[in-house]
Ligand binder design. Sequence first.
Ligand code: SF4
Ligand code: SF4
Length: 215
Amino acid sequence: MIVSTQKPLDQILAALEGAARVFIIGCAKCATVCKAGGEEEVFRMQDELTAAGKEVTGTIVIDETCHMLRTGRDLRSRKEQVEEADFLLVLSCGAGIQSVAEACNQKVVAGTDSKFLGNIRRFGQFEQRCSLCGDCRLNDTGGICPVTVCPKGLLNGPCGGMEDGNCEVDRTNRCAWVTIYERLEQQGRVENLHRTTASRDFTHKRHPHHLKLEK
Ligand code: SF4
Ligand code: SF4
């Protein structure tokens, strides 16, 4: 899921400067799970904006704000409230915010910061395990991502800063490459580490990506 956090209220109010009427949009998927833009946060934002002297013309929590057709359709179903607003405040990931921007002519304000693609450890705990590099190397590393879990993204590690199995960038973290070694040793595949891995092809990271599934 996309992990996002809500921007501080003073930043949101600064972005809404000059707006008397605001329509608030949340997302029922990722932004709800990380408590950045679900129903609860949308209603709290409504109270905060009202207390700050804004008129909230309406609110909606769209099922998946990154779904462009659904976002357009849901906003059209609230056309009047949307059109009454000077600004649309969106509490979803950056992809969802852009779906809204494409669906409407009003000024759109981002109320969140999108952080990373996160695994959910348990409620409220998210961990970054994949950086969407487009050239997955997990087959060679025992299912542990060196691109993400090593802060330097080294494909051949560990670096000289590793000490007692811990990472030099943050000594409270285990070195990703020590973890990879241990996993491969457990699986009897340490020979994977006897060869040098070719550097990444950064064209896979070129933006923007498009993927069209064929039938
Ligand atoms: S190598 Fe890491 S960042 Fe790249 S796709 Fe695989 S898990 Fe994601
Ligand atoms: S100590 Fe290990 S995890 Fe940390 S930067 Fe060096 S190779 Fe990467």
